[in-house]
Design a protein around this ligand. Sequence first.
Ligand SMILES: [Zn+2]
Length: 139
Amino acid sequence: MIVSSSSIGITPARAFIRIFGGSREAPAGGNAYRTPGPPAPPMGRNRRGLALRRMEALVAQAAPRLRSEPALAERQAALAWRLCTATRTRMPYHLRMAFCRRCKSFIGYSARSRIRVGRGEVRATCLLCGHVRRKALPK
Ligand SMILES: [Zn+2]
């Protein structure tokens, strides 16, 4: 027998409880109606804005100390990189310059790269992999 909730004069939620008992909370094996995948990052709607500010601070601190405290600088750079990938935020150009484009190592702008200016361009050579990044100078 099919009983519609409107014909018995109660709300659908009440009908659910009357038929199946208990509450409508998720079953013990996990909520089957939730979208699959990892939980959202524990930040609000402005998580990209927060990520940008934190990346900025991390790279600003890591770059000058890459020579003196390489382990800490590497860790800060790794955190900055993870912030940008985990929140799918594009790293601004001035922060991207601190990483090698090919091997993605933290080169701290000039601590692990050789910077030469000439022939109308700036060349930054990564000292770890040898990749040369070129940027034309304005005329
Ligand atoms: Zn490199």
